[in-house]
Design a protein around this ligand. Sequence first.
Ligand code: FES
Length: 310
Amino acid sequence: MQPQLKSKVRCADREVGEVSKVIMDPLSHEVSHLVVSMNGAGERQVPMGAVQAVAEDLVQLRSSSSEILGLPLFKRDDYVTLHEVEIPGLERHIHVTPGEVLVPLPELERNVKRRTFFANLTHVVALFIGLPLAFPVLKFLMKPMYAPLDNKWLKIGNIGKVKTENSGTQFEYKRKIKEAYMPEAEIEKNVWLVKATPAVLEKVYQGKDMEFLDTDGKAIWTNKKDIPYLAFSGKCPHLGCAYKWRKHKILGQVFLCPCHLSIYDASGQVLDGPAPRPLDLLPIQVSASGEVQIIDMEFKAGTKSQTRIV
Ligand code: FES
């Protein structure tokens, strides 16, 4: 039975609120999370794994109320409703009414607010109508599309944040982007750092330094095989979702992507799921004072080989 919207939500110790939204996994067509309105204390996104039982108008959770209150606040902007996207066959699997049924907003769209996107789209259409007159302007605006890839080093924090070996630590940073006709925007990004033991380094580098090349084949940087710090792009190589460092019942601590459940070990190797390649390693350097810098690179998702796109 699927949890119903407006059902009461009870934790192991007390009732905490009601189901205000449900989140569907667009691939498995299953409910992946509930959004619980916490009686005036905001909304929390609760994974279905925390649900013990579902009755007609009650959802029983395994966790205590303090554990649920400790979850991060639900971010509505990271999702779209089923009316805003068309996912074949998904509607047939939903038995929850009425209210908001959500699916995750694809990662690429998160970086551009939807209203801004459509406003800009209108401008583009207008430009195409006046193309003969607008050509010189258009040529100027399109220039950034053909700009070389950006190989600037970005400071992301201090290595002191990494406390244990062979475990993932997330570093967040901001980056300015300029996409063709779009206004310049600042986006939030993240990478995962691992302080690797020699065995994990060996799995990553297989005894050889890793050289990063520009599109013209020029060397940009070399990660030395015996420097213990690894930086992985924050995007899952399957379809670009954000993944986390999580405890798996059987595999122990792993990188887990919630979108389609790809699982990676601390060296970034795929342990399970649909991911076509290991996590994408980035150029990294750590100064004597512990300052970490990376080159922010992105690679095409869904392919076995790495093709750099950013
Ligand atoms: S995006 Fe599909 S498993 Fe990560």
